[in-house]
Design a protein around this ligand. Structure first.
Ligand code: DGL
Length: 289
C-alpha cells in the first residue's frame, strides 16, 4: 500500500484553479474545524463549505464497508451542491479508508486527506516512545499499521483508540464540557513509562482532539509534544491550489457550515462557528442511515 503523509500527492490538475476557489472541508462532525481554521489562514480569500456529516457521527464506530459507502454518497451530494475546487477530508477515520474511493469516483477534484502524523512523531521523539491517539477505527486500519512499519519501525508506538474523546470534543464546543476525571480516563493510556523511558510525543490523530488540547495540556501527567497536523494540511492545500490572487476574494458571508443532521446545534455552537468565520449554518437532512 502506498503511504504518504497527507495522502494527496497524486493529483495533477488539468485546469488552472479558479482565482477564488471553493474549498470544501469535510468531517463527521466538528473536528474538521481544527483543519478549517488553518486552511482559512492560508486562503482567507476562498469560499468555504464546512460540511459535518453529523447524521453519521461518530465515524469511529462504523464498519469499513458502511463508512466507505456513506462517505462517497455524502460527497456526491456535497459536490453536486457546491462544486468545490478542492476537498479536504479533515477526518482521519475517513481518510485512512476512503481516499482511494473518492479519488476514483471524482478524478478531476483534488482530495487532501488527514492521516496519523506518524512520520513527524518518529522524527520528533527523543525517547523513542510515541503515542498515536485516534478513534478505535483509525487505530485498527491497515493504513495506520503501514505508516508505523514504514516510518516508525525503530520506535515504541503506543496505539490508543478512544471511544469517547470525539464526543467529548463536540460537547466542549457545544458548551457542555466534560470533567477532568472523564477526560483523564481517555488520555491516561497515552502516557507510558517503563525502565526504557517514557512517552514524549503524542500524535493527535483524530481532528476532534486538538479542540481539547488546552485541557489535555492541563491534565497531562508530564509534558509531551502534541502533534496537530492541521498546519501541514493547510500547506498541502496551497501546494495544490496556490496562494491568494491579489484583487480576488470571496465575500465574508460566503462561508457555510452544513450539517446532515443538525440536532446538536446549540446557541454556544453557533457562537463558536461564528467566531471561526462560519456565520451561515444550514442543515441538509439526507435520508442516509
Ligand atoms: N474527526 C474524526 C477523525 O479525525 C473522527 C470522529 C468520529 O469518530 O467521527 O478521525
Amino acid at each position: 500500500m502506498r503511504v504518504d503523509l497527507l495522502a494527496g500527492a497524486t493529483y495533477n490538475p488539468a485546469v488552472m484553479p479558479s482565482p477564488v476557489p471553493t474549498i470544501l472541508v469535510f468531517d463527521s462532525g466538528l473536528g474538521g474545524l481544527t483543519v478549517f481554521s488553518e486552511v482559512l489562514k492560508v486562503r482567507p480569500d476562498a469560499r468555504y463549505v464546512y460540511a459535518a456529516d453529523d447524521a453519521g457521527f461518530p465515524y469511529g464506530r462504523l464498519a469499513e464497508t458502511v463508512l466507505a459507502e456513506r462517505v462517497v454518497t455524502v460527497m456526491e451530494r456535497l459536490i453536486a451542491l457546491h462544486d468545490p475546487d478542492i476537498v479536504v477530508v479533515a477526518c482521519n477515520t475517513a481518510s485512512t479508508l476512503v481516499l482511494p474511493h473518492l479519488r476514483a469516483r471524482f478524478p478531476m477534484i483534488p482530495f487532501v486527506g488527514t492521516v496519523p502524523a506518524i512520520k513527524p512523531a518518529a522524527q520528533l521523539t527523543q525517547t523513542g516512545y510515541v503515542t498515536v491517539l485516534a478513534t478505535p477505527a483509525t487505530v485498527a486500519r491497515d493504513y495506520t499499521r503501514d505508516l508505523i512499519e514504514t516510518y516508525a519501525a525503530g520506535c515504541k508506538v503506543n496505539l490508543v483508540g478512544s471511544r469517547r474523546l470525539a464526543g467529548f470534543a463536540e460537547a466542549e464546543l457545544a458548551g457542555s464540557p466534560v470533567s477532568d476525571e472523564e477526560l483523564l480516563e481517555e488520555l491516561g493510556p497515552c502516557f507510558v513509562e517503563d525502565a526504557g523511558g517514557r512517552t514524549d510525543v503524542v500524535a493527535l490523530s483524530c481532528t476532534h482532539y486538538p479542540l481539547l488540547l488546552p485541557r489535555f495540556q492541563a491534565i497531562a501527567p508530564w509534558p509531551v509534544t502534541w502533534i496537530d497536523p492541521a498546519p501541514a494540511i493547510a500547506r498541502r492545500v496551497t501546494q495544490l491550489i496556490g496562494h491568494p490572487v491579489p484583487g480576488h476574494e470571496a465575500d465574508d458571508d460566503e462561508a457555510i457550515a452544513l450539517f446532515t443532521d443538525g440536532a446538536g446545534i446549540s446557541a454556544a455552537l453557533r457562537t463558536a462557528l461564528h467566531m471561526r468565520g462560519l456565520s451561515q449554518v444550514v442543515v441538509e437532512s439526507w435520508p442516509l442511515r
